[in-house]
Design a protein around this ligand. Structure first.
Ligand SMILES: [Zn+2]
Length: 282
């Protein structure tokens, strides 16, 4: 059967002398691991779109248990990502995350949209890296069926209270009173971080990446979302470790990035609003 679909290349590896095994997050068929025969031997235009981080239009033959890539025409190369090793390493983590949460042999349009948008912002450099990372992590897990319960305290149901805590292993919130003496393994949330965390899970997709948070808040948020990913999927990511290594070496947390709103907030406050940038895109 011949499948025509668009997709994002999230992994590639040479096999033998000239074949290439390509992992693609496709719209129609979810994660596809397909062979591109002779792709390395002939630098043909037919396989131009099989490079990592390439968004392409594919023609894929689906056999009983193999996929053969017949053609891959690039649509978007996200070339700017290759100019910055920190952003590239975060992009590679997104690829590994996609490969581990997106479905196989099922449509995955929501996942594709999430990761394409993330790469778009990552490549443009207009959003702080910790916020991008947190939004991608929480939304990807939510799409995969691991949506945490952030509506209110698990026990008393309050929406907001002093000293609210998030438990990554359970994906649950508790207020200070209800979790007294049971704080181990939890993260204390400031009101700003709580608002931002809820945003990553519940915001309309069109506004998912449009939020801001103070620099310390960004660091807390990304620790929390990362802990949620690692606890929920019960695995580590080589690409994530590499991203953190680079951050330490460069002393670059990526938190400030370019400032799309042209102003820095010192208070730990999430600002969830239509930004000028968002409005321009419409
Ligand atoms: Zn409570």
């Amino acid at each position: 059967m011949l499948i025509k679909t668009d997709g994002l290349v999230i992994g590639e590896r040479n096999m033998g002398e000239s074949d290439r095994l390509v992992t693609v997050l496709t719209r129609e068929e979810g994660i596809v691991r397909g062979f591109a025969r002779q792709a390395s031997r002939y630098k043909s235009r037919r396989f131009a779109g099989t490079q990592l981080l390439c968004y392409s239009r594919f023609q894929i033959f689906k056999g009983r248990d193999t996929y053969i890539i017949d053609e891959a025409q690039p649509v978007e190369l996200f070339f700017d990502l290759r100019l910055d090793i920190l952003r590239l390493s975060l992009a590679q983590y997104f690829c590994q995350l996609a490969a581990s949460v997106a479905p196989q042999q099922a449509p995955a349009g929501d996942f594709l949209r999430l990761f394409l948008n993330a790469l778009h912002y990552l490549s443009k450099g207009t959003r702080p890296l910790p916020l991008l990372k947190a939004a991608v992590e929480m939304r990807a897990l939510s799409l995969a069926g691991y949506m945490p319960d952030l509506v209110g305290c698990r026990q008393c149901g309050c929406y907001e209270a002093p000293g609210m805590r998030f438990y990554p292993v359970r994906g649950e919130l508790y207020c200070q009173e209800c979790c007294q003496g049971k704080e181990a393994g939890s993260f204390l949330l400031s009101p700003g971080v709580l608002m931002a965390l809820r945003h990553t899970v519940y915001a309309d997709f069109e506004k998912l990446f449009q939020f801001t948070l103070s620099a310390p808040g960004q660091q807390t948020l990304q620790k929390i979302t990362e802990a949620y990913v690692l606890a929920t999927l019960d695995r580590g990511f080589r690409t994530l470790d590499f991203y953190h290594q680079l951050q330490m070496q460069e002393g670059n947390t990526g938190e400030t990035g370019p400032k799309p709103l042209g102003r820095e907030k010192n208070r730990e406050e999430a600002e969830i609003a239509e930004t000028a940038e968002n409005q321009n895109q419409k």
